[in-house]
Design a protein around this ligand. Structure first.
Ligand code: 5GP
Ligand code: ZN
Length: 117
């Protein structure tokens, strides 16, 4: 865990969140400022600052996160592919638009128009 990291504090329960899913290594919770009717974040519980910090040792974890995303998207109300679907985004670094430096996957979906994206 990293001091002063908002998402570490959410993982530890020190900051409340609307939980979507939790297991030993992954937490998913609703984005506090949603761009789309469905908008949640998936984070590893371990503090990895960004996708730029990911190496082969993280392949299993990231694979499990990506494999879980469709199930959680459906659970949260995204309609089935191909009419429905969802968007997965991971902002990385300043020029990548990353604001919170704890690796996270945005999962967005639901009827358009969206606020952004
Ligand atoms: P980034 O720009 O780093 O990819 O996105 C960070 C996201 O985290 C933003 O969409 C923002 O709304 C969300 N966020 C920031 N602080 C909090 C918080 O305290 N709780 C929740 N649930 N989401 C947050
Ligand atoms: Zn963190």
């Amino acid at each position: 865990m990293s001091d002063n990291c908002i998402f570490c504090k959410i993982v530890e329960g020190k900051i409340p969140s609307r939980k979507v899913y939790e297991d030993d290594e992954i937490l998913a919770f609703h984005d506090v400022n949603p761009w789309a009717p469905v908008h949640f974040l998936m984070v590893p519980k371990a503090h990895i600052p960004s996708m730029a910090h990911v190496g082969p040792e993280h392949a299993g974890l990231l694979g499990r996160m990506m494999a879980l995303a469709p199930k959680l998207a459906a659970q949260e109300g995204c309609r089935p592919y191909p009419e429905g679907g969802f968007r997965i985004v991971t902002n990385t670094g300043a020029e990548g638009g990353q604001e919170v430096h704890h690796l996270h996957i945005h999962v967005m979906g639901g009827p358009r128009p969206w606020l952004r994206g």
